[in-house]
Design a binder for this molecule. Sequence first.
Ligand SMILES: *[C@@H]1O[C@H](CO)[C@@H](O)[C@H](O)[C@H]1NC(C)=O
Ligand SMILES: *[C@@H]1O[C@H](CO)[C@@H](O)[C@H](O)[C@H]1NC(C)=O
Length: 334
Amino acid sequence: MASSKYKPINFIFHVFYLIFIFSAHSSTAELKRLLQPAKPDGTVSFLVIGDWGRGGSYNQSNVALQMGEVGEKLNIDFVISTGDNFYDNGLLGLDDPAFKDSFTNIYNASSLQKPWYTILGNHDYRGDVEAQLSPMLRAMDNRWVCMRSFVVNAEIVEFLFIDTTPFVDKYFVQPNKHVYDWRGVLPRQTYLNNLLEEVDVALKESTAKWKIVVGHHTIKSAGHHRNTIELEKQLLPILHANDVDLYVNGHDHCLEHISSVESKTQFMTSGGGSKAWKGDVNHLDPQELKFYYDGQGFMSVDISEAELRAVFYDVSGNVLHHWKTYKEALYFAS
Ligand SMILES: *[C@@H]1O[C@H](CO)[C@@H](O)[C@H](O)[C@H]1NC(C)=O
Ligand SMILES: *[C@@H]1O[C@H](CO)[C@@H](O)[C@H](O)[C@H]1NC(C)=O
């Protein structure tokens, strides 16, 4: 266990605890920032998985196995979880066995023993949110980095993780039989206004070559949930204004890639961590809908200063779709 391989993780956790302590004493609502070192050659690679925690069922374990293989091949630096980490109702508390049964024991491959940058989904808000966000979980599994909204600076690429559940009106006005844990979110409008401003400022201040925004809910989707209109109205203009390269989300239990005619921002759903095959696809304009897969799987991304490559895999590790984009090389600018 105590090999040098784990040093970067220790470093990140030290930084994390310092930031955590400082922000607890600060009255400004600035987003927490974490440093994620790039590889020695400057590149960064990671996997994205969403909508997963079901004790291994609905192909969760098979997807985990393939993530381990692809993670090994790409020598990934970390994993991103787009939320809905524990079904059906988040974690019940710090001692909920689901943390081990749906996370630690499932994603057990050695290549996945890296930081897991994780946000909450709407199902997580139905449980004990404070437990899921608690640093105590890191004592049980030190990969777990779960916060509401935060920034990860990985040198050539900056990530903005956004807590999207509080944007969605229906959870407040029509919760049906569900009970949401809104501690820390109310008053709602203040929470959302602060968050949108922080996201805008963080994107404007970013000097990273690439900018990726991660949320649980869709902005554009051909899947069951379709577009999230609250995010289209409130978040999308900020992404456009700041030249965000990718918006990455879960929520729809599928894999999809959508581009748009109005900007270069690409919309990628990786929500195939367990239960899928919903079977209701909305046929979008093929100019926008580059790829849709209704079943389980995950996504990998690898980034250099000049190139970003995203790949989608199914439950057996087969490549279903890939996409590449380029930035102008630095020497054009000088
Ligand atoms: C597991 O994956 C296989 C291959 O895609 C699929 O045929 C099967 O229906 C999946 N099982 C479940 C429960 O989704
Ligand atoms: C991960 O867990 C599964 C199921 O318990 C087991 O079959 C597999 O050998 C484990 N893999 C590793 C790398 O420990």
